[in-house]
Write a protein that binds this ligand. Structure first.
Ligand code: NAD
Ligand code: ZN
Length: 388
């Protein structure tokens, strides 16, 4: 089959690789009908995640048709159309039982490696390096889905692939980021980053009752899309974001702040980034500005919600600000399973049509072009979907 494979920083190729096979009784094989490139894939593309190997298959946002099932998967049938959460969860462990799916204890075969980085291991993820399980991803014609009796959600007829694809990640991610803000009537939520995750955060914040959303980015087309959802917008290249937020909130600051950026360092080369990491570890300089800004801007007693992805030690966080303003910092990879059904309902009710995010539709064979366009936000790109 054809699959999008990682071969190093800024080097992805569409290779011919062996078809996946059922390895365990709880596996399914899915024939991919639609997949997407995520901001999280850019961290791999940039070369910032050290446990990738040449030839690893990328992709964690995908859906398709069940073509083969292991003997213990009884909730699906061959021919079912499913979306698959990017997090892999067993459904039985301490964390899955507590609705904390992305913290599953049983789906990262390389947990020992993650424990060295983080203290404990999160769940395995599709297409997201050996540190997180080394699972082949879904930017491919076929994928093996482990624990298929737990993750995939069957999609009713009448909804297009494009309408439901983003249930795999970015819609639940934006929704959880907003939900973590514990929005009260009258609240103002500020969102750093108007990429796909930021866009879904903005819309989810309104769905959850925010009175105002202030969106921050530098790309006019992304700010325009935020504005179309009724957000007020700030271009961080044109204004001092901290001052502007103060002014817009009567000096008090937003009630909740969301960092939907993560370790954005696109445009720097790997060695420069590595030097920054080393400096940060030595507690000198080096800081992710969106997170710092979010923490400093947030009102006293407010919530800083971080769907943005960070690696190990790059994050010099202004802890003094967190302590002295009694902030709540909330984060995590998304508990996608928790949100699949309720968000599908929102789509079915017409509360939101996730297709608004798609700007580029390419065949899988043009994935390398898709990565370049998405990384550099060329051609007003917001989200790229790939069709095998
Ligand atoms: P993206 O790269 O398309 O968007 C990031 C946006 O942030 C860009 O528009 C960029 O211009 C903007 N930005 C950069 N620096 C900024 C700053 N200082 N202030 C304000 N805006 C700034 O990526 P995306 O697909 O929207 O993903 C965003 C983040 O969410 C990534 O870190 C990704 O890894 C993460 N993510 C997390 C989860 C999760 O489960 N927690 C799931 C999906 C994605
Ligand atoms: Zn993603």
């Amino acid at each position: 089959m054809k699959a999008v494979c990682w071969h190093g920083a800024n080097d992805v190729r569409v290779d011919t690789v062996p078809d996946p096979q059922i390895l365990n009784p709880r596996d399914a094989i899915i024939k991919i009908t639609l997949t997407a490139i995520c901001g999280s894939d850019l961290h791999l593309y940039d070369g910032y995640i050290p446990t990738m190997e040449s030839g690893d298959i990328l992709g964690h946002e995908f859906m398709g048709e069940v073509v083969e099932l292991g003997s213990e998967v009884r909730n699906l049938k061959v021919g079912d159309r499913v979306v698959v959460p990017f997090t892999i969860s067993c459904g039985n462990c301490f964390f899955c039982q507590r609705d904390l799916w992305s913290l599953c204890d049983n789906t990262n075969p390389n947990a020992w490696m993650a424990e060295k980085f983080y203290g404990h291991s999160p769940s395995g993820l599709f297409g997201y390096s050996h540190l997180l399980g080394g699972y082949a991803g879904g930017q491919a014609q076929y994928v093996r889905v482990p624990f298929a009796d737990v993750g995939p959600l069957k999609i009713p007829d009448g909804l297009t692939d494009e309408q439901v694809l983003f249930l795999t990640d970015i819609f639940p991610t934006g929704y959880m980021a907003a939900e973590n803000c514990k929005i009260q009537p009258g609240d103002t939520v500020a969102v750093w980053g108007c990429g796909p995750v930021g866009q879904f955060t903005i819309r989810s914040a309104f769905l959850l009752g925010a009175e105002r959303v202030i969106a921050i980015d530098r790309f006019p087309e992304r700010l325009a899309l935020a504005k179309a959802a009724n957000a007020e917008v700030l271009n961080y290249e044109e204004v001092d974001v901290g001052d502007a937020l103060k002014e817009m909130t009567g000096g008090r600051g937003p009630d909740a702040c969301v960092d939907a950026v993560g370790m954005e360092a696109h445009g720097t080369d790997f060695m420069a980034f590595y030097d920054k990491v080393k400096q940060a570890v030595r507690m000198e300089t080096g800081r992710p500005t969106a997170l710092r800004e979010a923490i400093v801007a947030c009102r006293k007693g407010g919530i800083v919600s971080v769907p943005g992805v960070y690696g190990g030690f790059v994050d010099k966080v202004p802890l003094g600000s967190i302590v002295n303003k009694a902030l709540t910092l909330t984060s995590g990879q998304t508990h996608v399973h928790r949100y699949l059904r309720p968000l599908l309902e929102h789509i079915q009710n017409g509360d939101i049509d996730p297709t608004f995010i798609i700007t580029h539709r390419l065949p899988l064979s043009e994935a390398p072009k898709g990565y370049e366009i998405f990384k550099h936000k060329k051609d007003n790109c917001i989200k790229v979907v790939l069709e095998p």
